[in-house]
Design a protein around this ligand. Structure first.
Ligand SMILES: C[S@@+](CC[C@H](N)C(=O)[O-])C[C@H]1O[C@@H](n2cnc3c(N)ncnc32)[C@H](O)[C@@H]1O
Length: 281
């Protein structure tokens, strides 16, 4: 990090009028999620994945659970962060993914890599009837894993061997500078989304005591230039307008790390992997 960064950031922060939205952070997150995934936002996600060791670290942990498994259902598979590497090890991978842009990207990558075992079903959990699979996996899908979510109760009935959930550890920890940007641009602290504690609370409430392991991985976000970085933050924070753009440009010029091919927002991430026995025959 640039030693002059805090000073530049403070100057920029003062230039932005702060507004406190009347909605809760949860409302904001849900509104943002509706239609959030487009070709552009999916491409950012894919570029971060290309340089991440996320799948490697998660597969290190769940490798023993996969032994002898012939089928995996990846619920909320996104663009295939886990479904694609799993398809190299498992005979049949079903990717359930409701966002059209995510499902399209996953189909395209599976075809390019010649991964025939991936079958993509464009639907949300509960909206289609699926056969049981050996493993039911759900990684970073907050709405399915928070306390009271039906998925937590139902998943075991669709898993012959294991249910596996991957969720952020401590969602309030800083993510890609959100901890600094939320107060400056949205007038409230960054609280993150649901995390592993929510999952554990939800599971304990229905009598499930999962095994838990922790993984650490890089989740850096690369950008070609500062214009692209500003567009990324405008989309993720749901802000727009000349003042927000000016602020973001100054902040990001000071805080992003320069690379030969552009800029990167560094992000070292921790997640919990939780698993318990399936009950399907
Ligand atoms: C943050 S992405 C995670 C993608 C992938 N599992 C990973 O670990 O990279 C969350 C994904 O869950 C999907 N999703 C959200 N609600 C869902 C639901 N009710 N059923 C299935 N998928 C859902 C979203 O469309 C999105 O692609």
């Amino acid at each position: 990090m640039d030693a002059g960064a805090p000073e530049r950031e403070d100057r920029a922060t003062k230039a932005v009028p702060r507004r406190v939205p009347a909605e809760t952070p949860g409302d904001h997150a849900r509104r943002r999620d509706r239609g959030f995934w487009s070709a552009r936002t999916v491409a950012w996600y894919q570029r971060a994945l290309e340089r991440s060791d996320y799948a490697e670290r998660v597969l290190d942990v769940i490798g023993p659970l996969l032994a002898g498994a012939d089928s995996v259902l990846d619920v909320g598979a996104g663009c295939g962060a886990l479904a694609l590497p799993l398809a190299r090890r498992i005979a049949r991978v079903t990717a359930l993914e409701p966002a059209p842009a995510m499902a399209t990207a996953l189909r395209a990558t599976a075809a390019t890599r010649g991964l025939a075992p991936v079958s993509v079903i464009q639907a949300a959990w509960g909206k289609v009837t699926l056969p049981p699979h050996d493993i039911v996996l759900c990684a970073h899908v907050g709405e399915l894993t928070r306390p009271g979510a039906l998925f937590l109760q139902e998943a075991a009935r669709w898993a012959r061997r294991w249910v596996v959930i991957v969720r952020d550890l401590d969602a309030a920890s800083d993510k890609l500078f959100f901890g600094e940007l939320y107060p400056a641009l949205l007038g409230r602290p960054y609280r993150g989304r649901s995390d592993d504690r929510d999952v554990l609370t939800g599971l304990t409430g229905i009598g499930i005591r999962p095994e838990v392991a922790t993984v650490e991985y890089r989740s850096d976000q690369p950008f070609t230039d500062l214009d692209e970085a500003c567009a990324f933050y405008e989309a993720h924070l749901d802000v727009s307008g000349a003042e927000a753009q000016r602020f973001l440009r100054g902040f990001l010029a000071a805080r992003l790390v320069r690379e030969p091919s552009g800029w990167v927002a560094p992000y070292s991430k921790r997640a919990a992997v939780l698993w318990w026995r399936g009950t399907a025959c």
